[in-house]
Design a binder for this molecule. Structure first.
Ligand SMILES: Cc1cc2nc3c(=O)[nH]c(=O)nc-3n(C[C@H](O)[C@H](O)[C@H](O)COP(=O)(O)OP(=O)(O)OC[C@H]3O[C@@H](n4cnc5c(N)ncnc54)[C@H](O)[C@@H]3O)c2cc1C
Length: 468
């Protein structure tokens, strides 16, 4: 690749091309997880679909390793590659709501905060995650679970169509009616199949939710976990609650007496009136009165942004995940043992419920096959200080190894680091892996898009054409 090739590429873009000599390069190459440092050859800040097509052609012609960056939030740093081309979508940012159809058309570089901002004005929301700074691209393509999962399903269950630039530079629409095999694959198969420049989502009536955390001391954790395990299995779909082990941050709204205390808690989200929410939760309050609660009606975007200030970019981050069908008593004992050893203020363990509406799709209706699991578990070692890198990593690994035998086999791809291995990816997709590999062979036979939780193109299916 000559400098004149790069200049020609730059001249074709409406957006920008950043090289290592550019003053912005150090900032632009940063990964959300400060444990990871990558040095790409070029960062193409694409302004529109035409720029993405140009970037894909350039990457192919020069045989470059290519990564796709949506919101840039991936903890494994998969939005940025070493020594290759980053196709950055952060300038492709729009969220157009159709209030009559209750849909929203979202640019490939949006974060969920962008979408919530747009939809909230119409009393609508799309099911996403629990943090507003997460990218729409990566979260959606991996599945997407959060505060609205039990009522409205995973994010992919609300995806109606996507615009995709394929590895050969062609632009296609993927929906139930067009390129339906591709549409199937992108609903869980990650960034393996092309660059999604736009998503069309079904939104739902969500405006003020009753939400927030309730916390208890670790001495009550066994009782609370057992209560929660029964409750969430049968609770109305309007209520979502993820279980957490955490260390209480030293600031408002938490009382000083609880600062730095290791505790367990549930973060609730009820999409309905406060009286109903209180009725549903009153048995819990009578069973074990929370040591602290911050449960109140609030605009949905406020809930989505509640933890943004805690989990800012630039922290050291190591996490491991599993799907869980049942929470055995022995598993609860192990959880509490490892929670007592939470190594830093930001480190945590979450159990996200994935039952309710998320169980309505069949196991092979999308690649996201763990439709019979009850929770998605994630063990997260986090700290601002690079000196604590090994400590948080060792804690997360030990915790995960102790609990893994009680898991369902695979884990959520969006909660994996880079390089967890093909076995983990296969375990996660189960029987859907083979079909994903076949579709990959059709749309990306040379594995051009490989900086991701990679699905290898099926050798036998290669060259069958785009409508196979
Ligand atoms: C603090 C934090 C909280 C989180 N909370 C949740 C949660 O509540 N629920 C949940 O489900 N997940 C959650 N996640 C995980 C999150 O879904 C993944 O980290 C996801 O990869 C982030 O997407 P992104 O676009 O920001 O990432 P990026 O780093 O930009 O991209 C990651 C990968 O996604 C693919 N990709 C991204 N955009 C596109 C696109 N437009 N077209 C094609 N491929 C694309 C690429 O393969 C890329 O390598 C959280 C992550 C963090 C760090």
């Amino acid at each position: 690749m000559q400098q004149e090739d790069i200049s020609g590429f730059k001249a074709q873009l409406r957006g920008d091309l950043i090289e290592p000599t550019d003053g912005r390069y150090e900032e632009e190459r940063k990964v959300y997880n400060a444990m990871i440092s990558r040095k790409p050859r070029l960062i193409a800040k694409c302004a529109d679909v035409a720029d993405v097509i140009t970037a894909v052609h350039f990457g192919r012609q020069h045989d470059l390793r290519v990564s796709i960056r949506g919101g840039g939030h991936n903890a494994g740093g998969l939005g940025v590659c070493d020594d290759g081309l980053v196709i950055d979508l952060s300038l492709i940012k729009y969220a157009h709501v159709d209030p009559a159809a209750r849909t929203v058309r979202v640019g490939g570089g949006c974060t969920w905060g962008d979408v919530d901002h747009a939809t909230h004005a119409f009393g609508l929301a799309v099911p996403s995650g629990i943090i507003s700074t997460t990218g729409v691209g990566g979260l959606t393509l991996g599945g997407g679970m959060g505060h609205l999962t039990r009522k409205y399903g995973l994010t992919i269950d609300n995806l109606l169509a996507a615009d995709v630039v394929l590895a050969d530079g062609r632009f296609v629409v993927a929906s139930a009616d067009e390129n339906s095999d591709l549409f199937w694959a992108i609903r869980g198969g990650g960034g393996n199949f092309g660059v999604v420049t736009s998503f069309l989502f079904q939104a739902h009536p969500v405006q003020t939710v009753c939400a927030g955390p309730m916390l208890w001391g670790l001495d009550q954790a066994a009782d609370i976990m057992k209560w929660y395990r029964e409750f969430i299995a049968h609770a109305p779909e309007e209520i979502n609650g993820f279980f957490a082990f955490l260390t209480v941050p030293p600031g408002p709204p938490f009382p000083e007496a609880l600062h730095f205390k290791k505790m367990c808690g549930v973060v609730w989200c009820y999409n309905g009136p406060l009286e109903q929410a209180n009725e549903i939760l009153s048995p819990l309050r009578s069973f074990r009165r929370p040591a602290f609660e911050f449960f109140a009606p609030m605009p949905f975007p406020m809930l989505q942004g509640m933890f943004d200030g805690l989990y800012t970019p630039g922290l050291q981050w190591y996490w491991k995940a599993d799907f869980v069908k049942e929470l055995a008593d022995e598993a609860i004992t192990l959880h509490i043992k490892h929670a007592a050893e939470l190594p830093t203020l930001h480190s945590t363990m979450h159990l996200y419920p994935i039952n309710g509406a998320a169980h309505k799709a069949g196991k092979d209706e999308t690649p996201w096959g763990y439709r019979d699991a009850t929770w998605s578990e994630v063990i997260v070692g986090v700290d601002p200080d690079p000196a604590n890198r090994d400590r948080i990593t060792a804690w997360a690994k030990n915790y995960w190894e102790a609990l893994h035998p009680y898991g369902a086999g695979g884990g959520y791809v969006n909660f994996m680091m880079e390089g967890e291995g093909e076995d983990r990816i296969r375990a996660t997709y189960g029987n859907n892996y083979q079909r994903l590999a076949q579709i990959k062979a059709v749309y990306d036979p040379n594995n051009f898009f490989r900086v991701n939780q990679n699905i290898q193109p099926d050798a036998l299916a290669r060259g069958k054409g785009h409508d196979a």
